[in-house]
Design a protein around this ligand. Sequence first.
Ligand code: BES
Ligand code: MN
Length: 455
Amino acid sequence: MAALSKEELRSRVDADFDRVVDLLSRKVALKSVSAEGITGEHMRRSAQFVADELKERGVDAKVVQSKNPDGTPGAFEVVGSKIVDSDAPTVLLYAHHDVQPVPDASAWDTDPFVATEIDGRLYGRGATDDSGGIAIHSGALHALGDDLKVNIKVFIEGEEEMGSPSFIPFIEAHQDEFDSDVIIVADSGNWSAEIPSLTTSLRGNTDLDVTVKALEHPVHSGQFGGPILDTNTLSSMLIASMYDENGSLNIPGLEGGDPVGGLQRDLDEASVRADSSVVDSYRFAGTGSLASRLWTKPSISVIGFDAHPVEGSFNVIANETRFRISIRTAPNQRPEAAAKAVADFLTSHAPFGAEVSASMVDAGMGWSMDPNAEATQDALESMREAFGVDPINKGEGGSIPFIPELQRIFPDAQVLVTGPEDPKGNAHSPNESVDLTSLKNNVLTEALILTKLAR
Ligand code: BES
Ligand code: MN
């Protein structure tokens, strides 16, 4: 039988696209927020929805509840396979069905859980991260239908946004369900809605909880203020001491790197400013290419800070302050090593001899692509065909920590990191969205990749 033509695939993707958008809209409505309880019924329902959808696409899919390392029940994962030919290569399709929380729905212009199309973009929580990834896999499998010439395995995770706590025991218990030649991780994105990208690197992520203590108990701020600084101020000094005058992190042992595979094009400052919503007067911190600052150098954000709320505050000197920092690590540095470097720095730079302690909460490794892998070339060619323009290599500052774990267990698997995101997608933010033309081209790209991999 003749191989499927590009044109035939494109018209199949076109004809099916309303279904894909409807699927994505129904997925958004499921509110699969893992932060509201990984083991909750809402997460089981979301996993079952995805498994049912994959069954429609001919995948023998089921929901399996994982176990955490301590043996307690974990996430509702979707696993499945569609084996067409035992001699053909096997491709594992990955996405995650959990989504970020919506702490403030009033910050959205539309209901976050009612998918709404405006000017060619579909708005809703998870529309791009990463229910859009599920939509891509569904569309690609539909387009290929009975012409699929590779074996498919599927893993749709239920706890990615929580750092995949049960992933390692799960994969160890289900090695057969993961064993594959190529892994397509549709949880990242493109240079822009118009220009496709393979993701060349991801940063790692590790959190540290830091406590700064100066007094056994709070005291009167008039009686003792002056020689005794409150621990909110001391914490702020400690945090600021991690940076040099350019706003670059200056911590011995915390590594940085250059964009993987060379930088084809640097990010444009004006676009990053617009996409991030930064105020006009703000100057970007750090030095070097913007790409290296966002993708391959480390960064630190204070993501939690326990201080008295302004409302109802009174005249005392805070005696102890706790805060959490999230460290984005260079793609190839072990996160434990990065966390230790930062913890050592903080505990040895206590302002005015305050007591500082730091403990690691979580650690996920970064990743960098093998530019020489055969599948990489197939993917770049598929992107060129589907989008009609040359792809641009792109790193990502975000993290997908299960990838290096998977590569550790299956060192020969070639990993392709793709996905529906683009810089206007507002992943993790209010008004998250996906560009529908781009999503359609992503579906076609994946169908083309699966066709080429059959060779
Ligand atoms: N899809 C993102 C990762 C990502 C972000 C890729 C931006 C490309 C661009 C993923 O779902 C995510 O947010 N991961 C978490 C992992 C963390 C919980 C360890 C992250 O990066 O915060
Ligand atoms: Mn994601």
